[in-house]
Design a protein around this ligand. Structure first.
Ligand SMILES: [Zn+2]
Length: 66
């Protein structure tokens, strides 16, 4: 079972939970307030975007060495 990170939209709590399938994500409840207003984080995807912008920034400095 994959482990997902969630943010609670009701109280702001972040938590991790094992989810059996994509369809079970809508059944996840916040462990603090018990609300179902939770949003799954996309942490791995966000990290990839951040790494790409970093490499383009260093390329902009290159022409100084001509
Ligand atoms: Zn909550």
């Amino acid at each position: 079972m994959p482990l997902y990170e969630f943010d609670c939209l009701s109280c702001g709590q972040s938590f991790e939970k094992l989810v059996r399938s994509v369809g079970a994500i809508k059944d996840v409840v916040c462990p603090v307030c018990g609300q179902t207003h939770v949003q799954k984080k996309l942490s791995t995807f966000a990290a990839n975007i951040k790494g790409g912008s970093s490499s383009s920034a260093s390329a902009a400095c290159a022409p100084g060495g001509a």
